[in-house]
Design a protein around this ligand. Sequence first.
Ligand SMILES: [Zn+2]
Length: 427
Amino acid sequence: MLALARWSWHSSTVTPDDPALRPDPRRELSCELLDPEQWRTPGTFELLATDPTWPARAGRLWTAHGPVDTPCFMPVGTYGAVKGLDRVDLEAVGSQIILGNSYHLAHRPGADRIRELGGLHRFITWDRPMLTDSGGFQVFSLRGLQKIDDEGVRYQTHFDGSRHRMTPRSVLETQAALGSDICMILDHCPPADAPPAKIREAMDRSSRWAREAAALRGQILAPEQLCFGIVQGGVDLDLRREHLATIAELPFDGVALGGLSVGESIELMHETLGEVAPQMPTERPRYVMGIGTPVDLLVAVRSGIDMFDCVMPSRNARNGQLFTFGGRINIRQSRYRGDPAPIDAACGCRTCSAYSRAYLRHLHEQHDPLYGRLATIHNLYFFHQWVAAMRWGLREGRFAEVERALAAWVSADRAAKASAAAATASK
Ligand SMILES: [Zn+2]
């Protein structure tokens, strides 16, 4: 098992209130500092620092739209927008790269329409890097509306019931039309509760599709578009290692772990990450798809992961959950009705510099769209700051201190959650 005991508080020279842990998430971002004359060939991955204790590392990945400093959190803009935020907001919170969902964009407004409008970057006026998924994960989630065979998957959309086919070729064609900087291949992600034989079957199918994608990418994608392979295998470590060996052999620009955070326990997910991530190729970027919580990001970075994406900061913001360095709060609670303080007094985001908890709670109650925007700005700033602290620690040779301080935050946040749950139960 993963050493959960290590997460207890140790004396540290960096405390959770230390300014070192609260860097401006835009500080020293290569995308803000470097001029395009200094850009390197898309796909170049520079390993800038490693930690002596953990497999953690800091690096820089080059794309056709500039560099991404890693470790890096990628906000999710399903339909080409991180809900409620525009380009200026995203740059202000320190987003280096955003993720778009191919399944959604391919049907609304349509990949060809986006191509005719000059590609996804121009369509949404975002000139920094963009990653798109294959759309496969959404299609495999359409239970009862999809049929998988060895060549691909037939499905009916959840939009209008129209029938379509998705193959290793079609997902690359869609992402070529979108003009994504980083494209993901089609893989088969089974649910966490699938029997072992089904996990093996999905893995073998994913291997065939990966070989097909590796052979096709040169014909379909532009030379500057990167393409990442995806490792499946559930939480079975032997299957994961076997599939990692298959994917690592193929000429992809980066390697991703898929099929995590799909219903398995958090402990098993962390254990799988801790075992598999350090074995991924060191010279290429490593990406875990669809995680996670602040503790998931801590575990991922410690294990040597460079990139991650999750809807959590934006989705949870809209539901009232706001992250602070004092633990999570829920703005819907009545105690914030008369609270003149900002969400987090030490936060540097534009929401905290101007607005009170009382005002945010009021906006939430009135269903004002301004609430979602201000809350998402704060949560994304928190997530970017959380990862910026780890990036700073790795680059400065102080990751162990940062790691201990963030682990202490995790313990405090868990205690706060437990006491909030107990208070609710005793009512
Ligand atoms: Zn804030």
